[in-house]
Write a protein that binds this ligand. Structure first.
Ligand SMILES: [Cu+2]
Length: 282
């Protein structure tokens, strides 16, 4: 966990309680006009990613760029043909060469420590409270809920512009969103049934390839309620840009209510699509 995590999680909790008071799920994890930088963080991993970027990578990048710029400016001023008509013939300087090898190596070590820690936090999945199976297809997502949650799955397909209701975001809204409970560890099992896609939800710090014949795992713990969007992030064909991800993070009671509803709406027999099964019989 990043040092700023506790403070920022507190701010997120405050925002969540304000949101709960308003009684509706606001869209939090989506871009806005003029937006730069990350989408609002909503998982411990994403807070750590932001901290790593803002506290480590940005300062290192800016400091090195300024140093190189200053050296270039000094060389241009001090060693140009007019200021320094007879140049030095020196070609080697042992201490200098050791310094400019060792110092960058040390900088990389400093970056590597939090980087590897973050990577292991992402890849070592804690004991999940629920598992969401995500199957990519050209060009939509299918969400599968395990037997413990009712055992059903459904396709999640982009809403066309003409079907959008007020407040729904063009190109990011789907017909059937996935629901997850707030504050619970959700394991995401990602695969594909045709080509390689990538399941990416920036606010959760999740981006993982969906590969046919393989099951890739990621996880997140959503810290506040709201609607969070993502997109397929691996060019997968002509409609790659039109397979958005929409995840609603809701309270446990709202999640149970949605489950009860979804079980009826997406009725499946033992994970087999009834429509598909009837086709097989014929
Ligand atoms: Cu895709």
């Amino acid at each position: 966990m990043g040092p700023l995590f506790a403070l920022r999680a507190g701010v997120a909790a405050l925002a969540a309680s304000l949101l709960a008071g308003s009684g509706k799920a606001a869209i939090i994890g989506a871009p806005e006009p003029g937006h730069i930088g990350f989408l609002p963080a909503n998982s411990p991993i994403q807070y750590d990613i932001e901290w790593f970027h803002n506290a480590i990578l940005l300062p290192v990048t800016i400091a090195i760029s300024l140093l190189v710029l200053a050296l270039l400016a000094y060389v241009m001023y001090r060693f140009n043909e007019r200021a320094n008509p007879t140049p030095s013939r020196l070609t080697h300087n042992g201490p200098l060469e050791i310094a400019w090898t060792v110092i960058p190596a040390l900088i990389l070590v400093v970056i590597a420590v939090p980087s590897f820690r973050l990577l292991s936090d992402q890849l070592i999945i804690p004991a999940p409270d629920m598992t969401l199976k995500v199957t990519a297809s050209q060009w939509h997502w299918n969400y599968g809920y395990p037997k413990s949650e009712g055992g059903f799955s459904f396709d999640s397909i982009i809403k066309e512009d003409k079907d959008l209701k007020p407040g729904e975001i063009r190109l990011l809204t789907v017909d059937n969103a996935a629901y997850v409970p707030v504050g619970k560890i959700v394991e995401v099992d990602v695969t594909s049934q045709d080509v390689i896609h990538s399941f990416s939800v920036p606010s959760f710090g999740v981006k993982i390839d969906a590969i046919p014949g393989r099951l890739n795992k990621a996880w997140f713990k959503a810290l506040q309620e709201g609607v969070f969007h993502g997109q397929c992030s691996n060019i997968c064909g002509i409609d790659h840009a039109f397979m958005p991800i929409e995840i609603h993070v809701v309270s446990q009671s709202a999640y149970q209510a949605w489950l009860a509803d979804a079980k009826k709406q997406f009725a499946h027999a033992d994970g087999v699509d009834l429509a598909e099964a009837s086709q097989i019989k014929r």
